[in-house]
Design a protein around this ligand. Structure first.
Ligand code: HEM
Length: 208
């Protein structure tokens, strides 16, 4: 529930508070679908990630958002996930389906877009664990199949704290903060729907 006065917390903490239970449920659901049990299942996880990266890529490129969040453009990892998909020989048809699903996303305003970016950037923290599973259980790496899960050269923690600081430096009205929460929740909902469609249906996927 979003209350009328939501300004008590820094924006990054507020976004976290408003999405924590959604994140926990998503995290449990993804792990229950065993993406690291074999490469076919990981390929389904990869397609979910491809959809999310297509959904947010235009936001990382958006000049208005770049002016609000320093260094935004270089955080875009669409290229890395596309290369992972190439490593896995995902079919052109599958990748086109995922491109269409992702690019259908159009946040209504800059604040909703900021919420989407919070959700996507935050996912780079959990990615540390996912990368370890991908390496240990599937033999993938930052240069094959799991490029998009790689940490930033400066370190994941620092890179994330810099992003959170940029969020907290924004001067947003209560309405704009509510819109950011809506965007963050919409991003989680989009990922959850993609998980159910791509990972839960047990569809055949490419494997390498
Ligand atoms: C099985 C999959 C996942 C696992 C195991 C996982 C795990 C984690 C963990 C452990 C953290 C906290 C790391 C830390 O504080 O150092 C985290 C943070 C976060 N994750 Fe996930 N995650 C998963 C998937 C996702 C996905 C798919 C998304 C959204 C696309 C996501 C969004 C976030 C966000 C936004 C945060 C930052 C929360 C904050 O501190 O504000 N996660 N994740």
């Amino acid at each position: 529930m979003i209350t009328a006065d939501n300004t008590a917390l820094p924006l990054s903490s507020y976004l976290k508070e408003q999405t924590t239970s959604t994140h926990e449920s998503l995290d449990r659901r993804i792990m229950a679908l065993a993406p690291f049990s074999n490469r076919e299942r990981f390929a389904c996880f990869l397609r979910m990630q491809l959809r999310l990266h297509y959904a947010t890529a235009p936001l990382y490129q958006n000049p208005e958002l770049q002016a609000m969040l320093p260094g935004l453009a270089e955080r875009n990892r669409l290229d890395a996930v596309q290369r992972d998909c190439a490593d896995f020989n995902l079919s052109e048809q599958q990748q086109e389906e995922d491109r269409l699903a992702g690019t259908s996303i159009k946040p209504a305003n800059a604040e909703e877009a900021i919420g989407w970016l919070y959700t996507h950037e935050g996912s780079t923290l959990g990615a540390a664990f996912l990368l370890k599973y991908a390496k240990d259980q599937l033999g993938l790496s930052e240069s094959f199949g799991a490029r998009h899960l790689a940490g930033h050269t400066e370190g994941r923690g620092l890179h994330w704290r810099q992003f959170k600081q940029a969020l907290d430096d924004l001067d947003l009205t209560p309405q704009a903060r509510s819109a950011a929460v809506e965007g963050a929740r919409a991003a989680f909902a989009f990922v959850r729907a993609s998980v159910e469609e791509l990972m839960a249906d047990n569809q055949p996927a490419a494997a390498v």
